[in-house]
Write a protein that binds this ligand. Structure first.
Ligand code: PGA
Length: 234
């Protein structure tokens, strides 16, 4: 199983360092076997002292080594901290104007650099209300932009209406999408994300074709995130 914490624009460098250290110690102390990933805010990326049991990645970066791209971060800056994992296509970035075409550009760039990529897809409430067939058509279109045969790809299914709303998708919703997506994804791991917490975690992890979760709000506290991992490990 994969448990990924998307800290979004939360935590400082100081508090992230404490978070990573505490989480790492807990993972060690509790014999957690799953893969644990933490995506801090860019300002907090650092060489954290940890027990090598957490993968640190970035929530975003530009498809460039470096250059005149005001406000962005390039590969050279990531290399300084040995960052090799990135989230691409999160709905909060799509909402800022990142198109499928631009996300493909990012994806291709970081594939070439050998990054592990969590590529996020997910439908709006408007699409969901049109029924499961439309949802799946929408998701198939989103994944059609990227090379699904890349061996360091992880897909995260995150319905927009479930992100940060406190309304998680039901197990039936998750299962319906996961079973269909897996036909296209094959061995590519599939995560669920959207209002996952320590109480509802098994709704996602009990689904056969779900290989982990991407957690936002409920990951901000490392004790809660650890509880999610413990409750969801299988
Ligand atoms: P949430 O966020 O857990 O706060 O819904 C999930 C995400 O955006 O990855």
């Amino acid at each position: 199983m994969i448990f990924a914490a998307n800290l979004k624009t939360n935590h400082t460098r100081t508090s992230t360092a404490k978070y990573v250290q505490n989480l790492s110690n807990h993972i060690l102390g509790n014999n957690i076997a799953s893969k644990v990933m933490v995506f801090p805010t860019l300002m907090a990326i650092d060489n954290y002292s940890q027990n090598d049991n957490i993968t640190i990645g970035v929530q975003n970066a530009h498809p460039a080594i470096k250059g005149s791209i005001t406000g962005e971060v390039g590969l050279e800056a990531l290399n300084e901290f040995d960052i090799k994992s990135i989230i691409i296509g999160h709905s909060e970035r799509r909402a800022l104007g990142e198109s499928d075409e631009f996300l493909k550009e990012k994806y291709d760039f970081y594939v070439k650099e050998g990054f592990e990529i969590i590529y996020c897809i997910g439908e709006s409430l408007e699409v969901r209300e049109k029924g499961e067939k439309e949802v799946f058509k929408f998701l198939e279109n989103q994944i059609s932009y990227i090379d699904l045969s890349y061996d360091k790809l992880i897909i995260a299914y995150e319905p927009i209406w479930a992100i940060g709303t406190g309304v998680s998708a039901t197990q039936k919703d998750i299962e319906g999408v996961a079973n269909k997506l897996k036909v296209s994804l094959g061995d590519t791991p599939l995560l669920y994300g959207g209002s996952v917490n320590e109480k509802n975690i098994t709704d996602a992890t009990d689904v056969e074709n779900i290989n982990g979760v991407l957690v936002g709000s409920a990951s901000l506290n490392e004790d809660t995130f650890l509880q999610i991992i413990q409750n969801g490990e299988k």
